[in-house]
Design a protein around this ligand. Structure first.
Ligand code: PEP
Length: 253
């Protein structure tokens, strides 16, 4: 049975006080109102992780995540944060290869493969992002393009390790634009990627990998998206900054 996951990507938002207040609201509303099996992942800025970790009660379905990590283990890389450091403050999930990082920070497929490997070594689940630009979609090569992103960064993983990955399909044209992929567009891509995983590994393995959708997912459209056979939850940007919206999305399974 695949895990149902809703992960909130706070990006460059919220100072510590605001972040703690948002996380407390999410934790409290989830405790009272979220009764399904969904796992909620909160991905705040790095500097909030340690404080926020102390807020999350044991025995909940709420997990701590980070938005990135560095692709080297340790050393003279001023300003960077390693997978092992994240592990030491209680991080359980890390977003890898968000399109904003690929675009603004020139992250390459090789670097993303290294990040995934380092995260797995310390027992953190990578949420591997992939997705096409509008021009690639309009050219009709979007399915092959996104499958290639997965090949390039994940297909060196062993049979054991690929099963520890979460994938997030995020069409770039839908991120932060208010323009969601239709459920048919998202389902088509998710099914294609699952088949791609099945070809490389096996049908059984592919069926066990959670594939999330991201891109202007909100309380109004989450139900239709999550009802699709191959959509196992969402990676949520803007709507994760409002506790009520975030929980409503998590209630949409
Ligand atoms: C994201 O950045 O991962 C994202 C999905 O953002 P938004 O929900 O705001 O489109």
């Amino acid at each position: 049975m695949r895990k149902k996951i809703v992960a909130g990507n706070w990006k460059l938002n919220k100072n510590l006080e605001e972040g703690l207040s948002l996380a407390s609201e999410i934790i409290n509303i989830a405790k009272d109102e979220l009764h399904n099996q969904a796992i909620l992942v909160i991905n705040p800025p790095f500097i909030h992780l340690s404080s926020l970790q102390k807020l999350i009660p044991q025995n909940t379905n709420i997990r701590l995540g980070s938005q990135n990590c560095y692709h080297q283990k340790s050393g003279a890389f001023t300003g960077e944060i390693s997978a092992e450091m994240l592990k030491s403050v209680g991080v359980q999930y890390t977003i890898v290869g968000h399109s904003e990082r690929r675009e603004y920070f020139n992250e390459t497929a090789e670097q993303l493969a290294q990040k995934v490997k380092l995260l797995l070594e310390v027992g953190i689940t990578p949420i591997f992002c992939c997705g096409e630009s509008l021009s690639i979609r309009e050219s009709g090569s979007h399915l092959a393009f996104v499958a290639q992103q997965i090949t390039d960064s994940l297909f060196d993983l062993s049979v054991e390790d690929i099963q520890k990955i979460v994938i997030a399909y995020e069409p770039i044209w839908a991120i932060g634009t208010g323009k969601t992929a239709s459920s048919a567009q998202a389902q088509e891509m998710h099914a294609y990627l699952r088949n791609h995983l099945a070809q490389k590994y096996s049908q059984e393995i592919a069926q066990n990998i959670s594939i999330l959708y991201g891109g202007s997912c909100n309380p109004q459209n989450a139900k239709e998206l999550f009802a699709c056979a191959d959509i196992d939850g969402g990676l949520i940007g803007g709507a994760s900054l409002k506790s009520r919206d975030f929980i409503t999305i998590a209630q949409s399974f």
